[in-house]
Design a protein around this ligand. Structure first.
Ligand SMILES: Cc1cc2nc3c(=O)[nH]c(=O)nc-3n(C[C@H](O)[C@H](O)[C@H](O)COP(=O)(O)OP(=O)(O)OC[C@H]3O[C@@H](n4cnc5c(N)ncnc54)[C@H](O)[C@@H]3O)c2cc1C
Length: 481
């Protein structure tokens, strides 16, 4: 291994790690460490958002909980700044930091399903696709997100919602327990019965409280096929259709989820070629229940306007979960702005549609997710995730390939964000926050922030776990105000 390494410290200075010290760390691992030029380093430091090109000083590629303990103890004892990487999908890119030590969990992907108890034990490096495939083998599913290459860990720690959330709740609502390595290096189980404060905090509070090595989830019978698919309309119809969309969402049974996507049409194989590259409104819909009931529940949506194409039909649940993957491949440049709306007002719809006239890149889109149902029947202080009212979440998903377009694309997202302020709710989903939104922590946690700070002070008083949307320990937060 040879040479010394310089690592960023928590106090802002640099620590020199001699090769003997690194060897000691390596000897404590089942996995291995890597620095620039060594096997596994590039794979670990490369994350989904191509805007984030950072180089950690050292990567610890963990293979199990004991490796996580060794890494946490090493970081704490040496006062080293540590990031945690699971699926590497976070828009903010906080899993990777120049000169810091990265604890990389991406090799820990096992999923063990107990079909009798209808639960799954999932390691923290698993992707949503891993969870979907193993659970569907038994006709079961966990509510997760809509892009199957997302990591289960970051998604769960922020909340987690997708196609079957209205029926079965958020990912965190199905969390039974988690094994957590805390800042002092202990392994604790967080559940309703054990460390209940920690269990409350990790259901929405992100990676602030420790490193989760595995999660235990409750599963539900779903599939193997679900009535799902896309309906594509010309953009000219969007002003009227988005108003119908909001009415359909308001009246929808829990089984039905409809999201709107407004963008230039990608070259989808089922879309007539003359529409490729034209602006369109896409309804993406899923019914998580009986097919016949689904047909009836989706009839109103399918009767709207004169669609260019309607490909709603029975699709394997695993396939539907990956349906958006081709549009969300890793490596492109991405910047997001997100807002919640309790009501989608005419004014908001107008602002969104005006912005579509000025799309800065064909890959940019506006997503409007509709949530509620089972998710909204949980009290806002029952978990750290507070925004439980049925609502729409807009994600201005700006995506492009070349750095010279950064200014135009980021500017477009910020402009639409500003223009939709008037009728928005004062909340934001922490998992949709880019890295320049430190000021929105209060929006992300609302009335739960003070309790989160107290729990942080208990489990991580020195703020070892700070490379995240950081919740400072109570006293430090008060001093900073
Ligand atoms: C294309 C795309 C689509 C998405 N769609 C949805 C969606 O439909 N629904 C939804 O709810 N979200 C969605 N998200 C958001 C997603 O939930 C977050 O980006 C989430 O942070 C990704 O988790 P990850 O493990 O891949 O991230 P990473 O970047 O690996 O981790 C993010 C942060 O989480 C913390 N962390 C990760 N693992 C651990 C751990 N084991 N212990 C402690 N802390 C940890 C760290 O602070 C880390 O910096 C989407 C994201 C993308 C990029």
């Amino acid at each position: 291994m040879g040479s010394v390494i310089e690592l960023k410290r928590l106090n802002g200075r640099t620590k020199t790690i001699e090769s003997e010290t690194r060897e000691l760390l390596d000897s404590a691992l089942r996995g291995y460490t890597a620095t620039r030029g060594e096997d596994g380093f590039e794979e670990a430091r490369t994350i989904w958002n191509g805007m984030i090109d950072r180089s950690p000083g050292l990567v610890v590629r963990a293979l199990g909980t004991s490796d996580i303990c060794a890494a946490v103890n090493f970081a704490r004892d040496n006062g080293i700044l540590m990031s945690v990487r699971a699926g590497g999908h976070q828009i903010a890119g906080l899993a990777v930091e120049d000169g810091a030590m990265m604890l990389d969990l991406s090799l820990m992907r096992s999923v063990h399903v107990d079909p009798v108890a209808q639960t799954a034990r999932v390691e923290a490096g698993a992707l949503l696709a891993d969870v979907d495939r193993e659970t569907q083998l038994h006709g079961l599913a966990l509510p997760v997100g809509v892009n199957s290459t997302t990591g289960i860990a970051g998604l769960t720690l922020g909340g987690g919602f997708g196609w079957i959330t209205r029926k079965y709740g958020m990912t965190i609502d199905n969390l039974v327990s988690a094994d957590v390595v805390t800042a002092d290096g202990s392994v604790v189980r967080a559940s309703e019965a054990e460390h209940p404060d920690l269990f409350w905090a990790i259901r929405g509070g992100g990676g602030n409280f420790g490193v989760v090595s595995s999660f235990e989830f409750r599963l539900h019978p779903v599939g193997p096929e679900v009535l799902s698919g896309l309906i594509v309309h010309p953009i000219a119809e969007a002003p009227a259709l988005l108003k119908e969309f909001r009415a359909i969402c308001d009246a929808a049974p829990d089984e039905l989820t409809v999201w709107s996507v407004i963008r230039k049409a990608p070259p989808l194989p089922f879309l007539p070629e003359e529409w490729h590259g034209e602006k369109v409104l896409i309804f993406a819909a899923c019914y998580s229940g009986d097919m016949k009931e689904g047909e009836a529940a989706m009839a109103g949506l399918r009767e709207l306007g004169s669609p260019i194409v309607d490909v709603i039909g029975p699709h394997p649940f695993v396939g539907w979960q990956a349906a958006f993957d081709p549009l969300l491949t890793p490596g492109e440049r991405n910047y997001w702005k997100s807002r919640d709306f309790i009501e989608l007002t005419d004014r908001t719809i107008d602002a969104i549609l005006k912005s579509i006239d000025a799309l800065p890149d064909p890959q940019c889109e506006v997503f409007i997710a509709h949530v509620g149902g089972a998710m909204a029947r949980v009290a806002s202080d029952a978990t750290a995730f507070p925004q439980r009212a049925a609502h729409f979440t807009m994600n201005v998903h700006t995506r492009w390939s070349e750095a010279p377009n950064d200014k135009a694309c980021i500017g477009w997202a910020r402009d639409l964000f500003d223009k939709t302020a008037a009728d928005s709710a004062p909340s934001v989903y922490v998992n949709f926050m880019p890295d320049d939104e430190e000021g929105r922590l209060g929006d992300a946690y609302g009335g739960n922030l003070e309790r989160l700070r107290k729990i942080k002070a208990n489990y991580d008083p020195e703020n070892l776990f700070r490379l995240n949307h950081n919740i400072m320990p109570e006293k430090a937060a008060q001093a900073a105000q």
